[in-house]
Each structure stands twice: as structure tokens, then as C-alpha cells.
Design a protein around this ligand. Structure first.
Ligand code: UDP
Length: 473
């Protein structure tokens, strides 16, 4: 390794939604900004997708990935604990392994340690080794505003957030509706809420924040984080760097998968892609209504089907499988036969970026995970929002009300089963109506803005981050 390069270690917590942007950020820092990066990927053994993702990264002298198994927390955390609790405890218990990895780099110790928001315990290791410490928020600036301001809201708001009648003022940002608060705020009595508040405070004690967004996407929230007196003091006047969109791009492949071969035969912009991300699941009843809605809309579709769960939400967060045929008993009688020409079903896992970039795809029914959202935006594909967990309700509101690149159901899918007629209507609006045209046009404009940001504002911001790191060495 050349010693004149800035060396950065980036810690990723388990979950495709964290690991994927961390690897992509590492790749961008090495290839566009000439840095040396070591990714420390904490992974769980249940996710084959995580290992696959790591092996797809081209490592070299300047980019290395060290995979470490997440600590076994089965004796300290109940198996039904919320994902946030599990991730926070898992990352805390994994600190000794992270320390060993950093300690072993005694010849070329990284100057900087970046962690995603669940990797906050590893900043202790950065302090021990005299490294600078930064957080990489793999979501957006509006979420960041709510997140860092949550310890203040904790003191101000009495009772459950979800029972309030008015939205929450986040200084300088759009307000957040009680329905849209992030998962750990849904129940203040749950352990995950305490873990979330701790996490929020720890993030403000870093040397700065890198956020997977860009200036033109969220000017208001970014301005608030940097210039609003109240919010700026909450983040201790720390710098905010925009690095987005950090998002996977479609790459040419030698052998096309079945779904891509099927897409090749469909007309341009005619197919709705349906997926609830790596972790999202829906109930039996909702699966049947969705099947009816798709069939009644008479639009073409690709649907990534996961086994239905009791009430849905983040049921497959730690385990993504795939490959087995989709059992017909998930659907209404005869659905698979009747939609044989119209639709293509994929079991559990699909090549999402390749699908979204295919010219036949004209819409995306999505759970609004931030990576999926960015992949849709960077492909110019308008959306139907179907938020399930984490900060996805805020993402959905941003997409429908602010950016106007999506439609969504009247009542959140986490509150009530979305009926077949409403699903049919949303699909028709997005794929064929006049109202849909404005949304489709907006999606194309947003794609252009995302393209410009990579070389433009976010490139400048990353260079500023590098300069600021050097100035402290
Ligand atoms: N993904 C994929 N195939 C699938 C489901 C998900 O490639 O069938 C990828 C998707 O492209 C995205 C990531 O997994 O990059 C999911 O991240 P996101 O933030 O959207 O949601 P999460 O799964 O973390 O809730």
C-alpha cells in the first residue's frame, strides 16, 4: 500500500441494505478518489446473499474486504426481539473482533474509521487507536434529521409518538407525521427505542456524517442539518457530506437469467416490478389481495415472491434464500394459470438492478428501502410505495408528496390490508393514466439529477471530506 494514500476502514453491520452501500462507497472512494479502503463486513451465516455480494466486489491492492461473523447473541437477546435491538447488541458484541482486525493492521493502520449507524460501538475502537471516526448514513438527510433530533423529541413528547394528533417538527426540515415515525419509535416501551436513542446520540459524537443523498434531492433537510441553529447544535456543528447516490449500476452479463430473458420479450415500459426488498414480507391475506390486484390490472408484472408471514414486515431480514419454485398455494385458485402470459414469478431473490434498468420495466411496487428507492430513481422508474418497516414510511412520503415520483395506498399497508381494487387502481394510474404521465416524467427528471450529482455535488463533497480528513492528520 502506498503510504501517501488516505486509508479508510468502513464497518458494515449485517443486512444487505447496509453492506451493499458500504461496498459501493468503498469502491467509489478507491476508484474515483484514489484512496485505500478496507471494508470490515460483519455478516450473519444465514444470509447467502451477503457472501455473494462480497464475492462480486473486485478487490485489489487498494480495496480489501474482511468478513467477520457477527457475534452469537442467542443467549442474551430473545429471538423475537426487534431487528434494531438485535443489530445493536450484535454489533456491540462484535467489537472485540473489530478491534482485533484494526489492531492487526499495525503496519498500515487506517487513518479514519467509518461505520454505518448500527456500527456505533466500533467508534470506541477508533478512539483507542487515534483514528478519526465518521458515520455513513445509508439512508437520507430527512431521516437523519429525525434520527439526531429524536433524543430531543424524547424529552418533549408525552405518550406514544403514534398516538399524537400532530406531526413532529424537526427544526428546518419537513415535519414527520406520527404514522411515519421509524420502527423503534413505534413503541417507546420496547428495548429497541432505548437502543435507538443511544445510537442517535453516538452518531452526533463522530467527526462528521456522510449521507447517501445529494444536494438537489434534499436541499431543505441538508440546509437544516448544516445551518439551522437548533439542529446544528444537536449534531455538535459536525460537517455533513453528501455522497449519493451510492447505488448499484446494471452491468452486462454473459448469461441472462430467466427473468431477463422474459423481459426481453415484453414491450417497452410495460412491466411492473414488485419486490419488498431483502427483508420485507407480507401476510397470506395481503399476498392474495396483491395477486388479485395484479391480475385485475391486466398489466404485465415481475413479482419477487417470498413465503407469506403472519402479519408481514421484516420477516426475512437475516435470511434471504431463493431458487425454489414459488408454491401455488400462496395465491388465489388459478392465479398462476390465468396470469401465465402476463406475469413472471421469482422466488425470494431477483437481479433487481438489472430488472429496474431493463427497458421493458415501467414501474416498481416497492417497500421503499433506501437502496431500492435509489435504484429506482437512478433507473428513472416511477414507483408504487408500499412501506413496511425501518424508515420506509418516511421514504414513501418523500417519494409521493415531495418528489412526486410515486403513488401509494390511502392507508399504510402496515395498518390495514390493501384491497385488490385499490391495488388495481394504483397500478393503472402508474402504468397507463394521464396522472401517471406526470409521475413518469418526474422520475426521468430525477434520474438526470442523480446522474449529475455523482460527478457534480457529491464528487465535490467527497473531495471536501478527504481534504478535511487530511487536515486533521
Ligand atoms: N435486492 C436484490 N434482489 C432482491 C431483493 C433485494 O438485489 O430480490 C437488493 C436491492 O437491489 C437492494 C437491497 O437488496 O440493493 C435491499 O436494500 P433496501 O435498502 O432497498 O431494503 P432492505 O432490504 O434493506 O429493507
Amino acid at each position: 500500500m502506498a503510504t501517501n494514500k488516505l486509508h479508510i476502514a468502513i464497518v458494515s453491520s449485517p443486512g444487505i441494505g447496509h453492506l451493499s452501500p458500504v461496498l459501493l462507497l468503498a469502491d467509489r472512494l478507491v476508484n474515483n478518489h484514489n484512496l485505500h479502503v478496507t471494508v470490515i463486513a460483519v455478516t450473519t451465516s444465514t444470509s447467502a446473499a451477503q457472501s455473494q455480494l462480497i464475492s462480486s466486489i473486485t478487490t485489489n491492492n487498494h480495496l480489501s474486504v474482511i468478513q467477520i461473523p457477527a457475534a452469537d447473541i442467542s443467549s442474551i437477546v430473545a429471538p423475537d426481539a426487534k431487528i434494531v435491538t438485535q443489530l445493536c447488541v450484535m454489533m456491540k458484541e462484535t467489537v472485540p473482533s473489530i478491534r482485533s482486525v484494526i489492531s492487526a493492521m499495525d503496519q498500515h493502520r487506517p487513518h479514519v474509521l467509518i461505520g454505518d449507524i448500527f456500527a456505533y460501538e466500533s467508534w470506541v475502537v477508533a478512539e483507542e487507536f487515534g483514528m478519526q471516526k465518521f458515520v455513513f448514513v445509508t439512508s437520507n438527510a430527512w431521516f437523519t434529521g429525525l434520527f439526531v433530533y429524536s433524543p430531543v423529541l424524547d424529552k418533549k413528547v408525552v405518550g406514544q409518538y403514534v398516538d399524537q394528533t400532530q406531526g413532529f417538527e424537526i427544526p428546518g426540515c419537513r415535519h414527520v407525521s406520527p404514522d411515519d415515525v421509524v420502527d423503534p419509535m413505534m413503541d417507546r416501551a420496547d428495548d429497541s427505542y432505548r437502543a435507538y436513542l443511544d445510537q442517535a446520540v453516538r452518531v452526533t459524537l463522530t467527526d462528521g456524517m456522510l449521507i447517501n443523498t445529494w444536494e438537489d434531492l434534499e436541499p431543505q433537510s441538508l440546509d437544516a442539518l448544516r445551518n439551522n441553529d437548533i439542529l446544528r447544535s444537536v449534531v455538535n456543528n459536525k460537517p455533513v457530506y453528501t455522497v449519493g447516490p451510492i447505488s448499484r449500476r446494471s452491468e452486462p452479463v454473459d448469461v441472462k437469467s430467466g427473468v431477463i430473458e422474459w423481459l426481453e420479450k415484453q414491450p417497452e415500459n410495460s412491466v411492473l416490478y414488485v419486490s419488498f426488498g431483502s427483508g420485507g414480507t407480507i401476510s397470506h391475506e395481503q399476498t392474495k389481495e396483491l395477486a388479485w390486484g395484479l391480475e385485475m390490472s391486466q398489466q404485465r408484472f415481475v413479482w419477487v415472491v417470498k413465503p407469506p408471514t403472519g402479519k408481514g414486515s421484516d420477516g426475512s431480514y437475516f435470511s434471504q434464500m431463493g431458487g425454489t419454485p414459488v408454491p401455488p398455494d400462496y395465491f388465489p385458485d388459478g392465479f398462476m394459470t390465468r396470469t401465465q402470459k402476463l406475469g413472471f414469478l421469482v422466488s425470494s431473490w431477483a437481479p433487481q438492478v438489472e430488472i429496474l434498468n431493463h427497458k421493458s420495466v415501467g414501474g416498481f411496487l416497492t417497500h421503499c428501502g433506501w437502496n431500492s428507492t435509489l435504484e429506482s430513481i437512478t433507473s428513472g422508474v416511477p414507483m408504487i410505495v408500499w412501506p413496511l418497516y425501518a424508515e420506509q414510511r418516511m421514504n414513501a412520503t418523500m417519494l409521493t408528496d415531495e418528489l412526486e415520483v410515486a403513488v401509494g395506498p390511502a392507508v399504510l399497508p402496515t395498518k390495514k390490508v390493501v384491497g385488490r381494487e385499490e391495488i388495481e387502481k394504483m397500478i393503472r394510474v402508474l402504468m397507463e393514466s394521464r396522472k401517471g404521465k406526470t409521475i413518469r416524467d418526474n422520475a426521468k427528471m430525477l434520474q438526470e439529477s442523480s446522474d449529475k450529482a455523482i460527478k457534480g455535488s457529491s464528487g465535490i463533497s467527497i473531495r471536501k471530506f478527504i481534504e478535511d480528513c487530511w487536515s486533521r492528520i
